[in-house]
Design a protein around this ligand. Structure first.
Ligand code: PNS
Length: 168
């Protein structure tokens, strides 16, 4: 197949515990530059997540319906192995601030060493989302603060429900 006809598949990996409007902005922009974008939720028990992988996948599925070329998966093991299995040649990551860069740089170089055919591509987070992290969202929500406009409405509702139950 000529290169011009080969479809460009990218993996957007992360913990997504839970998905935020910053992630969603990246998905929207990423989906416009590739043919297929696979949002991949890491199955990592060591992080003590608030939401199970299945819940995180469900929350993402509820907010990416408008993007026909976006699919959702979960993975464990090496990201580059998962990317290769999906036929992806690109790993997409968002950079919010300089502080993100060092770890992202390390991961990109390690992934390139492991699998040189897969390129990591960074998109800068939308400026209105550059301060958002899942960690802060959970902290604010757990303390009863407003996270409106920072996460999708469906995620806000789930967070409220989760923390109401925890507090009960
Ligand atoms: O949302 P996060 O927690 O910043 O995402 C981190 C993630 C999932 C991209 C990273 O932990 C990862 O790729 N884990 C898979 C294991 C792996 O491949 N490790 C070596 C690559 S540096």
């Amino acid at each position: 197949m000529p290169a011009s006809q080969a479809s460009l598949v990218a993996i957007y990996p992360g913990s997504f515990d839970p998905i935020t409007n910053g992630h969603l902005d990246l998905i929207a922009r990423g989906s416009r530059i590739v043919d297929r974008l696979v949002v991949a939720v890491l199955r990592n028990q060591s992080k003590n997540p608030l939401f199970s992988v299945e819940e995180r996948v469900e929350l993402i599925a509820g907010v990416v319906k408008e993007f026909p070329n976006v699919e959702i998966a979960s993975f464990d093991g090496l990201l580059v192995d998962f990317a290769a299995a999906k036929g992806a040649s690109m790993i997409l990551r968002g950079i919010r601030a300089v502080s993100d860069y060092e770890l992202e740089w390390q991961m990109a170089l390690m992934n390139r060493r492991l699998q040189p055919s897969i390129e990591t591509v960074f998109l800068t987070a939308g400026e209105e989302y550059s301060f958002i992290s899942s960690k802060l969202v959970k902290e604010v929500a757990s303390l009863g603060g407003s996270i409106s406009g920072i996460v999708p409405a469906s995620v806000e509702a789930r967070l409220k429900e989760r923390f109401a139950r925890k507090g009960a």
